[in-house]
Design a protein around this ligand. Structure first.
Ligand SMILES: Cc1cc2nc3c(=O)[nH]c(=O)nc-3n(C[C@H](O)[C@H](O)[C@H](O)COP(=O)(O)OP(=O)(O)OC[C@H]3O[C@@H](n4cnc5c(N)ncnc54)[C@H](O)[C@@H]3O)c2cc1C
Length: 510
């Protein structure tokens, strides 16, 4: 019987393992960390009873994705429980204004009429546009690239929307967030509301490719809301682990793979740090592609097609600040209290400055902040009446001249709290405890997060779609027989979706 070894238990490694185990394959997952889940992990890192999603928190991609569709009953039987939020995101501004997007088109039109009346018609027409494009865009995210299926899907799209429509779509895919928001909106608040979504990936407002995410996430939030895991994002991980075990799969934690063994140019097994050898007929690496040559020292030296993947570039860094709070922040824009995410960017020019300064190795003064308030919709994450705050600082330098994150992390976190205090006076007095995870800490937790890049590789157009991670490594195959790849460094990229796990499982089920 074929034996499949999966290196790494990120959302994609686990998704592949669960699907393959369910289809009767023999799978073993080897994870270097003490816990499974990679960038999806929940821990009481501040005080007992305060459950913090250390990294990812928004599980919407998974909830609407192909793994969920394939394993829904199994996952629910193994404890999966989502908490939906109908108030997904809000942007607050220095003058006390805010725009919050809820799952109610009329309510959003009322908000825009009040705060940004010149953008009401554009918002309506973008809502219509998403309705037209969604049936074509979302299937592509679940389709192998490059592939015949993708070419067929593109042909179907052309038949449905015509040549001009297709060219408009390609234009949208190549546009920057700034170009997109300038084209559709006149108010700086609406532009910022949409452009910050590009920064959730690594698109500064002037980087080609950011428009798609500004469009999909802002209008998509209105249409689909947001989804969290009950009691923590690790609810999803525990249920996937349950499905793997239920179907006879094995998982080993504390097992760092140090070598992929090859025989006659084919991958035949792996060796872990303690010297254990696991033989395999197929290997799936849920490993950042740039790190895979380290696991193949001989081929790295001998085969340029192997070593070339080291050119796969990380996106900029991320830092997390977790707060245990006696109460939610008192936002000056009081309606922000009810939202799952509060964005402090604040405007598009600030995003551009932040991105440029970070790329140049310096600390941004007004960094883009994504502030998660999970206890608004899931009070089980904190003791009665108390709250947790999930603060993601986007984007930060990968390297700094003359200093390190270990030296400046806590001090920089103080500055971030001061920044938030300007939008929510009294926040500091509500902090019961905090935990700071710098970009360096992120990489310590998970080697895939190179220098704190939360996305397992930049998503700029040269490394995205059919080019991810690099030519010669696409289609979830390494240029070595029997070695397959999945994870955020492969198509369809970062996020808790499981899409690449599904694609590689399909490849190995043939
Ligand atoms: C701070 C932060 C916040 C985020 N927020 C969100 C969010 O809210 N929503 C969202 O959709 N996405 C979010 N993301 C992105 C998302 O979490 C990731 O893109 C996704 O979880 C990555 O999954 P993956 O399958 O690539 O594996 P990873 O999560 O990278 O996990 C891979 C696993 O492989 C293990 N591993 C690596 N090398 C080896 C080896 N040699 N031997 C054994 N094991 C190995 C690692 O220890 C790790 O556990 C966030 C990411 C971060 C860091």
């Amino acid at each position: 019987m074929s034996k499949i070894v999966i290196i790494g238990s990120g959302i994609n490694g686990l998704s592949a393992a669960a699907l393959l185990a369910k289809r009767g394959k023999s799978v073993i997952v080897l994870e270097s960390a003490a816990e499974f889940g990679g960038a999806v992990r929940t821990e009481e890192v501040t005080l007992p009873g305060f459950k913090h999603d250390l990294f990812a928190t928004n599980l919407s991609l998974f909830a609407g994705g192909g793994v969920m569709a394939a394993l829904k009953d199994d996952l629910i039987r193994n404890g999966l429980e989502f908490v939906p939020s109908a108030k997904p995101f809000c942007s607050v501004f220095p003058d006390g204004k805010s725009i919050g997007i809820v799952m109610d088109r009329d309510a959003n039109i009322a908000t825009l009429t009040r705060v940004a009346p010149g953008d009401v018609e554009s918002w309506k027409s973008l809502t219509t546009k998403l309705g037209i494009l969604a049936p074509h865009l979302f299937p592509i995210l679940g389709t192998e690239l490059p592939s015949f299926a993708a070419a067929k899907s593109l042909y179907k799209t052309w038949r449905a929307i015509g040549t001009e429509g297709l060219f408009d779509l390609i234009r949208l895919l190549l546009q920057s967030s700034r170009a997109f928001t300038d084209e559709h909106f006149v108010h700086p608040e609406t532009k910022a509301l949409a452009a910050i979504w590009g920064m959730h990936l690594d698109y500064g407002p002037d980087i080609s490719g950011g428009a798609l995410f500004s469009f999909l996430e802002s209008i998509g939030g209105q249409e689909f809301g947001m989804v969290l895991g009950k009691g923590g994002a690790d609810n999803l991980i525990k249920s996937l682990v349950g499905v793997i075990k239920e179907n006879g799969g094995t998982l080993v934690s504390g097992a760092r793979v140090t070598e992929i063994i090859t025989t006659d140019g084919k991958a035949t097994g792996v060796k872990t740090a303690d010297g254990t050898v696991y033989e395999a007929t197929k290997i799936i690496a849920n490993v950042n592609p740039a790190l895979i040559p380290n696991l193949l020292p001989k081929l790295d030296a001998e085969k340029p097609e192997v070593s070339k993947v080291k050119n796969f570039r990380p996106g900029l860094g991320t830092m997390m600040i977790h707060l245990a709070l006696s109460d939610l922040p008192d936002w000056t824009a009081s309606e922000a209290r009810g939202f799952n995410y509060v964005h402090i960017a604040p405007y598009v020019d600030d995003l551009a400055m932040t991105y440029t300064v970070a790329a140049a190795g310096q600390l941004p003064t007004t960094p883009a902040l994504v502030i998660g308030q999970p206890t608004v919709s899931d009070p089980t994450r904190a003791p009665d009446g108390k709250h947790v705050l999930w603060i993601q600082v986007r984007v930060l330098p990968l390297e700094m001249v003359g200093t390190t994150w270990d030296q400046v992390g806590e001090e920089y976190a103080d500055r971030i709290i001061e920044n938030i205090e300007q939008y929510a006076p009294g926040l500091k007095a509500k902090i019961l405890a905090r935990k700071v995870l710098t970009p360096t800490d992120l990489e310590r937790y998970n080697a895939n997060l190179i220098k704190g890049d939360s996305l397992g590789g930049s998503h700029h157009p040269a490394q995205f779609f059919f080019l991810r991670p690099l030519p010669g490594w696409t289609g979830h195959k390494a240029p070595i027989k029997n070695l397959f790849i999945c994870g955020s460094g492969t198509w369809p990229g970062g996020g808790v979706g499981g899409g690449s796990g599904l694609m590689v499982a399909n490849l190995l089920s043939k």
